[in-house]
Design a protein around this ligand. Sequence first.
Ligand SMILES: Cc1cc2nc3c(=O)[nH]c(=O)nc-3n(C[C@H](O)[C@H](O)[C@H](O)COP(=O)(O)O)c2cc1C
Length: 138
Amino acid sequence: MTQLPLANESPDGFQVLGRSLELPCGVVLKNRMAKAAMTDSLGNGEGNPTATQLRLYERWAQGGAGLSMIGEVQVDPRFPENPGNLVLGAHSDQESLRSLAQRAQVDGAHLWPQIGHAGAIGSRYGRSAMLGHDDRRG
Ligand SMILES: Cc1cc2nc3c(=O)[nH]c(=O)nc-3n(C[C@H](O)[C@H](O)[C@H](O)COP(=O)(O)O)c2cc1C
């Protein structure tokens, strides 16, 4: 297997990281530095972002990341991967999500949610914490 040079071993490695990248879908990332999708447990337990989460993603963007991916953003509050996941749905706090999107995309950074459904491995704690009272039977 061909070993690619690390950025600091290549004469122009750092310039390469700084170059924009056009993806097949047409999106252009301003550089090649991306924060991988990591489940961060920084939601408020009801599927919405906290001030800590807003600040963290803002700092990554201010630090120069071209892309941040949020891990495990759930689409079904019954089966979150953990209680701190963001959960998108009718109950979502649009204002705090909008704030997250704005602050995480300062300086031209992109913010992408990794959409997930934990299914059978869903967190039982998250499940009861995120459901409304009437939904807790099932
Ligand atoms: C604490 C932690 C949480 C992670 N959460 C997710 C996740 O939610 N979704 C995912 O696809 N990968 C997750 N990963 C995997 C990372 O996105 C990444 O693929 C992995 O750390 C390997 O990175 P590398 O390919 O740069 O070495 C997680 C990794 C860590 C360390």
